[in-house]
Ligand binder design. Sequence first.
Ligand code: CMP
Length: 139
Amino acid sequence: MITNRTFTMLKPDSVEKGNIGAIMNKINSAGFKILAMKLTQMSVSDAESFYSVHKDRPFFNDLVGYMTRGPIVAAILEKDNAVEDFRLLIGATNPADAAAGTIRNEFADSISENAVHGSDSDENAKIESDFHFSGREVY
Ligand code: CMP
């Protein structure tokens, strides 16, 4: 089991608003090393699969529409205690609850369009990384 990697997506709202550089700067400044990164767009079936844990939630269709409406930046990040530290860096799911200085506090507008994704466990970091990257894309 990998314990020092996490997976992130800068979501379509971050790309649309021109925030890729500013968000990546915060990620680098917090000590995360980039092992893989690409600009890519999820298909509807990609998003339905990636977010299948939420398939019965009332916001599922809106979530799929949001995540497929434009490109995202997908990345694999490395740092000691990566999953937990990255979730601290991005802040609460709802930006209204996100602590000052967190990415969602600074860059997200709402609970539904919350700027970034961060894996919630080492197991999901591996699953999500493998969903987006082949082995030769990871350094
Ligand atoms: P994230 O936690 O990265 O992954 C699931 C996403 O579903 C979440 O970010 C939000 O984009 C969205 N989401 C979670 N809760 C809600 C909600 N109550 N209403 C709308 N969207 C939500």
